[in-house]
Design a protein around this ligand. Structure first.
Ligand code: GRF
Length: 212
């Protein structure tokens, strides 16, 4: 039996993806444990959830540590103390400092509410993504889980799931449907990482085994 992976979740807002992962851990579907929640927003709902469920949390206000290197060193210290194996960015709006990315290479994943590389990068977050999907008359919307590198929404994609855009869809309806997709694919990838069932071949992630 593998030791449960020690997970840090980073979230800036509602935290529904954080909750989805937590619930699957509680249900015994993910061999992991969320050791800490990190947020840049002291009024994030994710923090309320962490408090209610006795999950350790830290708020790192970007206005206090403006220097990216120092910010990174501070984060690394926290992550080292918590002996973190996996970092999950679940709606985290702040750029991860490059020293954290190199220290945790191939150990940071992000969920993005579009079919990357479409509608990714700086400025594409929240409803802006879904509005852009509607405005550009895309046939499909969806979500992507990818490993994180130093460029926003750029690292290697490990999983995507698409949904058909209907004529009746609005940015709001797309957002709801994409969030359902997110709550499926993000916990699934966390589960696979916790089983050591995602490996890297030629610097690209490969999922071992079937989708179940
Ligand atoms: C999600 O749409 C995710 O794709 C994006 O931020 C949103 C976070 O939602 N990165 P929640 O806070 O998990 O509800």
């Amino acid at each position: 039996m593998l030791d449960p992976k020690r997970i840090a979740v980073f979230a800036s807002g509602t935290g529904s993806n954080f909750t989805a992962i937590f619930n699957q851990i509680i249900d015994g579907k993910i061999n992991g444990v969320i050791k800490i929640l990190i947020s840049d927003n002291s009024s994030a709902k994710a923090i309320e959830f962490a408090k209610a469920n006795n999950i350790n949390y830290k708020v790192i206000d970007k206005d206090i540590i403006r220097d990216s290197k120092l910010h990174g060193e501070f984060l690394i210290e926290i992550l080292k103390i918590a002996k973190i194996d996996l970092i999950v960015l679940a709606g985290y709006l702040k750029m991860i400092p490059s020293n954290v990315i190199s220290r945790y290479k191939n150990k940071i994943i992000n969920i993005h509410p579009s079919l990357l590389p479409k509608f990714g990068g700086k400025g594409f977050y929240g409803m802006k993504v879904h509005r852009a999907v509607i405005d550009s008359k895309e046939s499909f919307a969806g979500a992507s889980v990818h490993f994180v590198d130093e460029v926003y929404d750029n690292g290697p994609i490990v999983m995507q799931e698409k949904i058909k855009v209907l004529d009746s869809d609005t940015p709001e309806s797309i957002s709801r449907k994409v969030l359902e997709v997110e709550h499926r694919i993000l916990p699934y990838i966390v589960k696979k990482i916790c089983l050591n069932e995602i490996i890297f071949e030629n610097n690209l992630p490969v999922i071992i085994g079937d989708y179940k």
